[in-house]
Structures are given as structure tokens and as C-alpha cells.
Design a protein around this ligand. Sequence first.
Ligand SMILES: Cc1cc2nc3c(=O)[nH]c(=O)nc-3n(C[C@H](O)[C@H](O)[C@H](O)COP(=O)(O)O)c2cc1C
Length: 184
Amino acid sequence: MSAVEAAAWDSLVAGLAPGTAFHAFTLATVTAAGGPAARTVILRDVDPSARTLGFNTDARSGKFGEIGREPRVTLLFHDPAARLQLRIEGEARLHHEDAVAAARCAVIPEKGRWVYRQACAPGIELASRDGAARLGLLSETAASAHFVFVSVCVHQIDWLYLADTGNRRARIGYRPPAARWLAP
Ligand SMILES: Cc1cc2nc3c(=O)[nH]c(=O)nc-3n(C[C@H](O)[C@H](O)[C@H](O)COP(=O)(O)O)c2cc1C
């Protein structure tokens, strides 16, 4: 079982590289109304020893408020070629206008910073298709104010491997530490 856990973390570390299957994953949160919300985000940080994963987002996005209200999140990863799915439950911590956010924001290439310099908050209604672009870009200071690094402390990994010889599923928990094989 420890081999499964190590392989799961290795897959996550590999997902830091653009173009790999785990680089983009689905983040699920709970809305203010208590319903589910899911969207794609990019994996920006993996620390197997601290058991944390991280991604960047905008303080004006819906997920920022959702995580603020309910930090319990699910992260869904799927690698079709490896026939591997990871469903990860954890608790998210928002780094906004702190030293962690500043350090993370500083290393975003110019190409990626424009997202945080948009004048329109994500999700607001526009008068036309190109309405957001017409407003132009805000300053670098504004980008820093919008930037958020989200660190997720992993509480549990549900590992599913589809094999021709029989599917395999395991649950690796960290609170308390426990590893179990499950019926797939
Ligand atoms: C491939 C891909 C990668 C994305 N990466 C991110 C990301 O890293 N962070 C982010 O906040 N949104 C990212 N998005 C946009 C989100 O999926 C989502 O549309 C947006 O953040 C608004 O989500 P919300 O209203 O649920 O907060 C990405 C979308 C795609 C399709």
C-alpha cells in the first residue's frame, strides 16, 4: 500500500509540468446555497512531505468566497493514459495579500499576470462579447491585490486504477493515518 501512496504523490509531482495529465484538475467547492461547484484549475504546487497541493486564483472569483465560507474541498485528477483517477479531499487555506501570496505572485510570468489585471471580476455580466477587453488592464498593484494562492492540506486520497486484470481502489487517509483497499 505504501507503494500506492508513493506513486500517487509521484503522479501529482509530475502534474506540475505543463502538458501532463494532472496539470489541470477539477476543484469542487460548496456554494453559499449549499450546492456543489466545480471548475478546472492548474496545479502549481505539490509538497509530498507537507501533504499539500496548491493553485492560483483570483480574489474576485466565486471560488474565493466559497472556500472562505467552507474550506473543505475535493480535487479530482484523471490520467486517461495511466488509467488513474485520484479524488483528494482536503482543507484549503487562502493566501491573499500575505507573504506567501506575494512570493507566488512574483514568479508568475507576464503572460499569466494579465488574468489578475483584468478590470472585470470573473463572472460579471458584460454588455457585449468583448466588453471585458475594452476596459483594458489594471496596474501591477491591482494584480497583486487580486492574486490568491490556495494551499490545500490533503486529508484523504481515493486512488482508482483501471486494470485489465481487475480494477484496484484504495483509500489513503492522513487524519488519522490509515490505508485501506476498497472494492472498486
Ligand atoms: C484549462 C483551464 C485552466 C484553468 N486554470 C485556472 C486556475 O489555475 N485558476 C483559476 O482560478 N481559474 C482557472 N481556470 C478558470 C476556471 O475554470 C473558472 O472558469 C474560473 O476560475 C471561475 O471559476 P469560479 O467562478 O467557480 O470561481 C481554468 C480554466 C481552464 C479551462
